[in-house]
Design a binder for this molecule. Sequence first.
Ligand code: NAG
Ligand code: NAG
Ligand code: CU
Ligand code: ZN
Length: 237
Amino acid sequence: MQLLLALLSLTALITSSYCVRIPLFATLRHLQHEIDNLKAEVVVLRQTQDQCHPTEAPPTDVGKNKDAAVTVNFASCRLTKSENGEVVGRVDLREQSDTNVLQLRLQVDGAKLTLAANSKHGFHVHTYGNISGSCSTTGGHYNPDGVDHASPTSAQRHVGDLGNVQADASGNIDVSFNDTYASLTGTKAIMGRAFVLHGGEDDIGLGGNAGSLASGNAGPRLACCVIGWATGTDWVY
Ligand SMILES: *[C@@H]1O[C@H](CO)[C@@H](O)[C@H](O)[C@H]1NC(C)=O
Ligand SMILES: *[C@@H]1O[C@H](CO)[C@@H](O)[C@H](O)[C@H]1NC(C)=O
Ligand SMILES: [Cu+2]
Ligand SMILES: [Zn+2]
């Protein structure tokens, strides 16, 4: 009886494993066929992709710190008096590549230019970096767009239109401000051109005459300097 039971269960085991194996082989064959089909489809898709985007390059910044790509440029110049070349102040600039903000700081020793207390003075970028002798050789406002003189916040303006700076109660100037149109690099670059500080106030194009639309009637050129690259080691905004 025990032997019979053992034989029965052995038969069942053989039968069941025999019955499983047949569909398993069939399934494997079917799967292999599916894989071959998918491989063929992948080849076709790759060819289509290459035709649609022949020059598509892999991203180059994978795994890199994005902050490392940000560069910071500095520029500076010493303002010299138009009459005699005496140094009367300085202009310092900073620009970061991931913003379109040009940071400027203008410092003037008022005693050397005898500026009136709280007086306003036109401050511009003029076209030529030529201050040989005086500020008269710097040309007009830097105006690559060929438009009218205006205020720094106007939609259309000279690249060089930085408006007015104001002296403090002692007649000194120390102002920090930002400009989003002029730049140290690119098509609005002011590098190699000249800053000019005027004796009078810039009417920012609202004077109602030709002089206003050309230069803001800002009066005599008191001091100027040629904008050059700087290390930024003494940058203080
Ligand atoms: C600077 O301006 C003066 C006066 O116009 C001119 O003689 C001189 O050639 C200019 N210098 C340069 C480098 O252009
Ligand atoms: C000028 O821009 C800098 C950098 O974007 C910012 O930190 C600073 O507060 C700005 N200054 C003014 C006066 O808007
Ligand atoms: Cu000017
Ligand atoms: Zn102007």
